[in-house]
Design a protein around this ligand. Structure first.
Ligand code: BG6
Length: 488
């Protein structure tokens, strides 16, 4: 077991993510006595302020973002006692020196660094730390997405960080991997005998992965425009889910075995070409409409100028290997959808021979499906055919029934943790299993680049959809052409 980090340096500490997620998570871990002992948090941002001023901002944040039952004034005060603030701007060697002096005075080794900053600051910050003597063989560094904006730029970031840290010291965050529900996909697949023999092209017709969000731009214009749904969501979260659904069973639950299998699946994604991209992808952008009864301005209107950035994308992906050949993976994600809904559908093939012929209603049998809902509630539903009670004078009547498992109900009373609680704890304890390895990021970008380049070459434009709908009709046609339909 590697040593636990005793000091956490958090860059971007005045930012939104730090306030909404990272500090509430650290506070929750502190409340449960799960942080290492001794432990010190040195928060850092560009803004000049002292410890007390920073602590006051965190006190306010905790009141807003921590579950009310976890709030306790005294506990917040003792938590804030382990938090200090040091202003540091990338490139300012004197400030990095001051940070190093504080780490030396107040902190202990090993150090963990969390970069919750724009990616352009990853390399300069790591270099500043190294020059100030803060980087050692046991220092860990965590980075938020995005790692680059394409394969080439992600390599530059990874090279710059890799020049100072070994791969086992680098923690690339994809917060979906911190979600209990995403980890549960592995439990479902590999903790049960039931599914694995059927988890292949013999028995599965197709797979759907949907990550729908009701939110729109949320004031993130400067980041989002020019990035779009493909790079913001598919490149990371959706492909991570896909890799867990598609991977071969790892030999054991450790960071090398799991990530080896995930990267093999990612590398098997068939690249898009200018010829295939038109039938295998749809780019959408929301115009004005209503989400959950609230009027929403269109993307371009919110932005203030026309834009070709997609806020919705639907894709038909193929994984070219023995397990998945011929099984399409339909992926879609979008902003301003009718519901916040993340879901996976495994659509099985029909029975090989139906002894019932068509059912008593003259319908064919419904093939089985497994629906794994990740958000907002955690639910697993297996749809099965069952006999409708009756004397069957005019033929057996079958009907689809759901076998439902609500994980919230099954584990009632267990606190659902913020994804970042798990990730921060794993960072401090040096476990990289739920972080993205360099080769995974590169395999993800390789496939995404094949799509963006094909879009460019074929001139594929965004099509508009009304906010509050499941995307443009072309997104529906993408799957219906194959005789299937999205599970909403
Ligand atoms: C982030 C994206 O990575 O994930 C956001 O940048 C998106 O655009 C968010 O809203 C979704 O995360 P969650 O946990 O709310 O599903």
């Amino acid at each position: 077991m590697p040593d636990k980090s005793a000091t956490l340096i958090l860059f971007g500490a005045t930012g939104d993510l730090a306030h909404r997620m990272l500090f509430p998570s650290l506070y929750n871990l502190y409340s449960d006595g799960l942080l290492p002992d001794p432990f010190r948090i040195l928060a850092s941002g560009r803004t000049e302020m002292d410890d007390d001023a920073f602590r006051a901002t965190i006190r306010e944040t905790l009141g807003q973002f921590v579950q009310p039952e976890m709030l306790d004034d005294e506990r917040i005060s003792s938590f804030l006692n382990i938090v200090g603030y040091v202003p540091v701007e990338a490139g300012n060697a004197a400030q990095f020196k001051a940070l190093a002096a504080r780490v030396k005075k107040e902190g202990s080794d090993p150090v963990a660094v969390y970069l919750s900053t724009p990616p352009s600051l990853f390399a300069p910050t790591a270099e500043g730390l190294a020059q100030a003597g803060i980087v050692a063989a046991d220092t860990r560094i965590a980075m938020e997405k995005p790692i680059g904006k394409d394969l080439a730029s992600s390599r530059e970031v990874n090279d710059a960080i890799g020049a100072l840290f070994n791969e086992h010291q680098i923690f690339r965050v994809d917060h979906y991997l911190g979600k209990e529900t995403v980890q549960n996909l592995m439990a479902l697949r590999f903790g049960n005998r039931l599914f694995e023999p059927l988890w292949n092209s013999e028995a599965i017709d197709h797979v759907q992965i949907t990550v729908g969000e009701t939110v729109g731009l949320e004031g993130r214009v400067s980041y989002y425009d020019g990035v779009g749904a493909l790079k913001d969501m598919v490149q990371n979260h959706v492909l991570q889910i896909l890799s867990i659904i598609a991977m071969e069973p790892p030999a054991r639950m450790d960071s090398t075995a799991v990530r080896d299998e995930k990267v093999k699946a990612l590398r098997s994604l068939r690249p898009m070409t200018p010829d295939s991209v038109g039938t295998h992808s749809v780019r959408g952008q929301y115009r004005d409409g209503a989400v959950k009864g609230k009027l929403v301005k269109g993307y371009a209107e919110e932005l203030g100028n026309p834009s070709d950035t997609e806020t919705f994308v639907a894709l038909k992906a193929h994984i070219d290997n023995w397990r998945w050949t011929g099984v399409p993976f339909y992926l879609r994600t979008g902003k301003c959808m009718p519901n916040r809904q993340s879901e996976i559908l495994i659509q099985f093939k029909p029975v090989t021979h139906s002894i019932f012929g068509r059912d008593g209603y003259q319908r064919a049998l419904e093939p089985n499906s497994l629906i794994i809902r990740l958000q907002p509630d955690e639910n697993i539903r297996l749809c099965l055919m069952a006999k409708r009670p009756g004397l069957d004078r005019d033929g057996v009547k079958l009907q689809e029934v759901g076998l439902d498992v609500s994980l919230a109900a099954a584990f009632e009373g267990e606190r659902r943790r913020i994804a970042y609680e798990r990730l921060l704890l794993d960072l401090l304890e040096g476990d990289t299993t739920l972080f993205v390895r360099r080769d995974e990021v590169e395999a993800q970008w390789t496939w995404i680049d094949s799509i963006t380049e094909s879009w460019k070459e074929s001139g594929q434009q965004v099509v508009h959809y009304a906010a509050g709908t499941w995307g443009p009709s072309a997104g529906i046609a993408l799957i219906e052409r194959d005789g299937a339909s999205w599970y909403d």
